[in-house]
Design a protein around this ligand. Structure first.
Ligand code: SF4
Length: 187
């Protein structure tokens, strides 16, 4: 899988097949040219999981961050961490992408965009976002209800079914699981 996905494909893939937690991180990175540590971990490991190679990950993060910072400074502050996530530094461990339950357990602090939108986003804001995507009213009600009752993965599964125009009752337990299932449906 390594190298299957390149930075040039991410805008399109995020629209088609990223779960909302990763769409949110991609969007914020592209808008602010920065993500805080937890967001970089959550998104960086997800990207590794969908097949972005280490060299492409370095190119992707550096290009975005360097829209507002110096390249040398970026190398000093951020390069190690990306190499580390790919097992090329430190203990050379193979770090795995975060599961839904891990993401749901990490409440984002001020200015952070990690976390799960079905767990950490206020119901009225969530509803507004879903309305902005022109999903139907009944579906939005179901998603918001699941989210309010503390069932983020059921909310996410309903969202998945709606954006893929199907009704198979899919429930993700991992953002990479969501992505793979989406590619299966679309290809
Ligand atoms: Fe991401 Fe999982 Fe939340 Fe869906 S339920 S948005 S895949 S963390």
């Amino acid at each position: 899988k390594d190298g299957e996905v390149t930075p040039e494909m991410l805008d399109q893939l995020s629209k088609e097949s990223f779960p909302p937690c990763m769409q949110q991180l991609h969007h914020n990175l592209k808008t602010n040219h920065h993500l805080k540590h937890n967001g970089r971990m959550q998104y960086g490991l997800f990207l590794k999981g969908i097949g972005l190679s280490m060299n492409d990950a370095i190119r992707f993060w550096k290009t975005e961050f360097c829209k507002q910072m110096d390249g040398d400074k970026w190398d000093k502050q951020y390069l190690y961490n990306i190499r580390h996530n790919y097992g090329h530094e430190g203990k050379r461990a193979n770090y795995t992408p975060y599961s839904c339950s891990k993401i749901c357990s990490m409440t984002p602090g001020p200015g952070e965009s990690n976390g799960c939108p079905f767990r950490h986003t206020d119901a009225s804001v969530l509803r507004q976002r879903l309305q902005g995507m022109s999903l139907n009213r009944e579906g939005i009600d179901t998603i918001v209800e699941f989210s309010k009752k503390g069932h983020p993965q059921l909310a996410c599964g309903k969202y998945f079914d709606m954006v893929h125009n199907q009704d198979i009752g899919f429930t993700p337990n991992h953002p990479n699981h969501y992505f793979d299932e989406s590619r299966n449906v679309l290809n």
